[in-house]
Design a protein around this ligand. Sequence first.
Ligand code: MG
Length: 158
Amino acid sequence: MTRIGHGFDAHRLVEGRRFILAGSVIPYERGPLGHSDGDVLAHALADALLGAAALGDLGSRFPDGDPRWKGADSMRLLEACAREVRENGYAISNVDVTVVVQEPRLAAHIDTMRRNVANVLGIALERVGLKAKTSDRMGYTGDGSGIAAYAVALIESV
Ligand code: MG
């Protein structure tokens, strides 16, 4: 059976934090506020994968208030979610993510981020879609106050 899942995440962008996206550190004057490293792409994608398998969400596995996950590398959390999906009898067919942020421009980092995602999920590069968009200076993703990511994942029972 083929199943689809959707995920969303958003974080505030603040000074004094590294800008981390899909495990890549991108030079910028601010970064996502969060209990973990604030990697919105990893968080949205983890929820898409868990959602596809109807396994709940990232937040219930790695709660915000839990000191174990303070400063956590979210790509490791994504890896754990992908493993759980596999252990429940599914293979990951493909994933697709859209990141929405006005700045920094992400075009130069897309290839690296795609490779990071493919490696963590253990799937081929061509199974990973990744786009960066602005919201044309509208709303929290457009005025520099935040970053958002939307993800879908297709999984197949094996
Ligand atoms: Mg998050």
